[in-house]
Design a binder for this molecule. Structure first.
Ligand code: HEC
Ligand code: HEC
Length: 197
C-alpha cells in the first residue's frame, strides 16, 4: 500500500472518530443499566406501533419455523418461553430438541424480546390479561387471545381443513410473518376477508 499524506490524514481522522464514538459509547454504558432496560426503552418508543416486532433471527426462523409459523417472541411472556425452551424433548407431542449452543442462542433471542420486555400494544394486552401466575404454553391460551377470537366458529378453525388449529396464525393473518395482526389483514381460508361488525 502506498503511504501518502492523504491516506495518513484519513487514518488520523478515522482514529479520532473511533475515539470520539468510543468515548460517547462508554458514557452511554454508564447510564444504561442493562439490556433489559435498553429493550424496554426501545419498546416504549415503538409503543404506538401495531403488531409485534418481526422475527429477525435466522437461526430461530430455521429451527423453530420448520414445523409451524415462527411465532414472534413478543407473543408470549418470558416465563412461557423459558418453559418451552426447557422441555423441547416433549414439545406438544413432538421431539424438537436442539444442540445446547443453538438452544442457548434461541432462548436468549426469545427472552430478550418476549412480551413484558416491549411496549408493543399486543404484547402489553396479552400480558395484562394473564391470571396471576398463569404461564401459558400456547399463545392461544392467553385470555386476550381467546377474547379476540371468540367470534370464530369451529367451521372456520378446527373443522376447516386449511386451518385446523388456532396455532396456525399465518393461515388467517396475511401479514403474520411481519408481526402484523390487524383486523384489515385477515383472510380466513374458505370464508374470505374478515369484516367486523
Ligand atoms: C418437530 C416439529 C416442531 C419443531 C421443530 C418446533 N415445534 Fe413448536 N410446535 C409443534 C407442534 C406439533 C405444536 C402444536 C401445534 C398445534 O397444536 O397445532 C407446536 C406448538 C408450538 C407453540 C404453541 C403455539 C400456540 O398454539 O400458541 C409454540 C409457542 C412453539 N411451538 C414454539 C416452538 C419453538 C420456540 C421451537 C424451536 C425451539 C419450536 N416450536 C419447534 C412442533 C414443532
Ligand atoms: C382462523 C383464523 C385465525 C387464526 C388461525 C388466528 N387468528 Fe388472530 N384473528 C382472527 C380474526 C378473524 C380476528 C379479528 C376478530 C375480531 O375482530 O372480532 C383476529 C384477531 C387477532 C388479534 C387482535 C388484532 C387487533 O387488532 O386487535 C391478534 C393480536 C391476533 N388475532 C393474533 C393471532 C395469533 C398470534 C395467532 C396464532 C397464534 C392467530 N391470531 C390465529 C383470525 C385468526
Amino acid at each position: 500500500m502506498k503511504f501518502n499524506l492523504k491516506s495518513a490524514s484519513l487514518l488520523i481522522l478515522t482514529i479520532t472518530l473511533v475515539g470520539i464514538s468510543t468515548t460517547t459509547f462508554s458514557r452511554d454504558v454508564k447510564i444504561t443499566v442493562n439490556e433489559e432496560t435498553q429493550s424496554l426503552f426501545s419498546g416504549w418508543f415503538s409503543g404506538d406501533k401495531s403488531g409485534v416486532a418481526a422475527v429477525n433471527n435466522p437461526l430461530y426462523l430455521d429451527e423453530c419455523g420448520s414445523c409451524h409459523f415462527a411465532y414472534q417472541p413478543g407473543l408470549l411472556p418470558i416465563a412461557s418461553w423459558e418453559k418451552i425452551m426447557s422441555s423441547l424433548d416433549n414439545h406438544f407431542g413432538e421431539n424438537a430438541e436442539l444442540a445446547d449452543e443453538e438452544r442457548a442462542q434461541i432462548r436468549n433471542y426469545l427472552l430478550d424480546s418476549a412480551a413484558g420486555r416491549t411496549n408493543r400494544k399486543i404484547s402489553v394486552k396479552f400480558i395484562r390479561s394473564l391470571r396471576d401466575g398463569q404461564v401459558p404454553l400456547r399463545i392461544s391460551e392467553i385470555p386476550y387471545f381467546i377474547h379476540e377470537h371468540d367470534e370464530l366458529s369451529r367451521k372456520m378453525v378446527q373443522d376447516n381443513p386449511e386451518v385446523k388449529s388456532f396455532s396456525r396464525c399465518d393461515a388467517c393473518h396475511s401479514d403474520a410473518d411481519k408481526g402484523i395482526f390487524d383486523e384489515d389483514a385477515i383472510n380466513i381460508p374458505g370464508f374470505g376477508r374478515w369484516e367486523d361488525d
